[in-house]
Design a protein around this ligand. Structure first.
Ligand SMILES: [Zn+2]
Length: 434
């Protein structure tokens, strides 16, 4: 295939494109890209097929249908780039296809930490389901059902650093481990076609290297993995979310690595100078030549969230203020403040003024004022809840990171319910409300 014929969808717009689910298209000889919520890649050799990331559980039948239009060969491998729900859960349909055809079941290939991830998911499923409901709220209800109804198919072939698979006949597949979005991440190198299947190392956006609900992500190692990918000089790089990179592959890999390295170094420099979380969080920004770069737009990642994960990597939770070592309940502090002011009414009035501002920092301040009133559970709580819902919605309009956007909007909806119930809580998780 001629690379010039491959349409490159490299910017944030490619994220929307892949969510809409595109048709299967050949991006290199025998390598097919199937866009989806999490992208799938089909690698067709002379003796069999490898499916990289079958995607969501509901995506599995679509992968089988597309595959069977392409070839009658058996599936030898199902490779997980990592164990997230949008990548490694479409496997059952492939197993059923193999059984119906009378084929040997495919080997499931993943890093050794994938099975450990699945065990953690099962152990914390209630918590995960709640957070998925919030994270994907704007795309409709039931995000948490990914967890509640999960059917786990762990790897049958595990590896730690590198693994070469030679069961496809005329082409080899190399799995390489790196730390990045997860600790179980694989990127796939198909040397004969010079194709990288990058999983979520590549998200057509600022990397999602820190997200409010999730466990530690690995910013510096992420950069190292991208640099290693660039060193093999790929002709095609397939993203986990978004599009396919061709001519801009090297630029995308190295620019993204540079941004991640910058953020890691800047946080570490400030920590070594004795700065604490609040200052670092408010002051660390990408440099001018990177902040508006087309490869680093925020639909997926969010600079502040990346900075938080870098801090979490290098320090404990102490924030520099000994008052916070054994903090009082927020409701007790709020009670004292409201009593000193004399009533909650002027606090809500001031929040209403700030809430009409077009400046996001005013909206943020308004939220903090309302939290004082809501924590106090007083007679202005109903008005405070209704106002908080409005301001959360206004605040969401300022956020381009979809995770931040969805948290703010789902919290606004819950706050409206809270207002209808009389108000009086800052807990907008939808559980354990008091
Ligand atoms: Zn993903």
């Amino acid at each position: 295939m001629n690379d010039a014929n491959i349409p490159e969808a490299a910017g944030p717009e490619a994220l929307g494109e892949s969510r809409r689910e595109g048709e299967c298209r050949e991006v290199a000889d025998g390598v097919y890209f199937l866009a989806g919520f999490g992208n799938t890649t089909l690698i067709v050799g002379s003796d069999g097929v490898a499916v990289v990331d079958p995607g969501l559980f509901a995506n599995g039948p679509r992968v089988v249908a597309e595959l069977r239009q392409l070839t009658d060969l058996p599936v030898r491998y199902v490779i997980y780039t990592h164990g997230h729900f949008d990548h490694a859960f479409g496997t059952p349909a492939l197993l059923e296809d193999a059984e119906a055809r009378g084929d040997q079941p495919p080997d499931i290939v993943g890093h050794v930490n994938v099975a450990r991830r699945f065990a953690r998911y099962a152990k914390t499923s209630g918590h995960l389901a709640t957070t998925y409901d919030m994270q994907f709220a704007s795309w409709g209800p039931g995000g948490g059902d990914l967890v509640r109804r999960a059917r786990y198919c762990p790897p049958t072939i595990e590896y730690e650093d590198r693994l070469v698979l030679d069961g496809l006949g005329n082409r080899t597949i190399e799995c390489r481990h790196g730390l990045g979005e997860t600790d179980d991440h694989t990127w796939v190198w198909v040397p004969e076609s010079k194709v990288i299947v990058g999983g979520d190392f590549i998200v057509s956006s600022l990397p999602n290297a820190g997200t409010p609900f999730r466990v530690q992500r690995f910013v510096l190692e992420w950069a190292e993995a991208l640099e290693e990918m660039a060193s093999v000089e790929p002709a095609v790089v397939i993203s986990g979310h978004g599009g396919v990179f061709t001519k801009s592959s090297s630029d995308m890999l190295m620019t993204t690595a540079r941004a991640l390295r910058y953020l890691d170094a800047e946080v570490v420099r400030r920590l070594n100078e004795g700065q604490w979380q609040e200052q670092i969080l408010h002051e660390v920004k990408l440099p001018d030549d990177l902040v508006d770069h087309r490869f680093l737009q925020p639909p997926y990642g969010c600079t502040e969230f990346v900075v938080r994960d870098i801090m979490r990597r290098y320090m404990g939770w102490y924030d520099g203020n000994p008052s916070m070592l054994f903090p009082s309940r927020k409701s007790e502090i709020a009670g004292e403040l409201v009593q000193l002011v004399g009533s909650a009414r002027p606090i809500v009035d001031r929040a209403a003024v700030l809430g009409r501002s077009s400046d996001v920092s005013d909206l943020q301040l308004a939220l903090h004022l309302l939290d004082v009133v809501l924590e106090n559970h007083g007679d202005e709580a109903h008005r405070a809840s209704a106002l908080k819902a409005e301001i959360l919605e206004a605040r969401a309009k300022h956020e381009r990171s979809f995770v931040a956007h969805n948290i703010l909007l789902s919290a606004a909806a819950l706050e409206r319910d809270n207002a209808a119930a009389g108000g009086g809580s800052t807990n907008t998780s939808g559980v354990d409300r008091c």
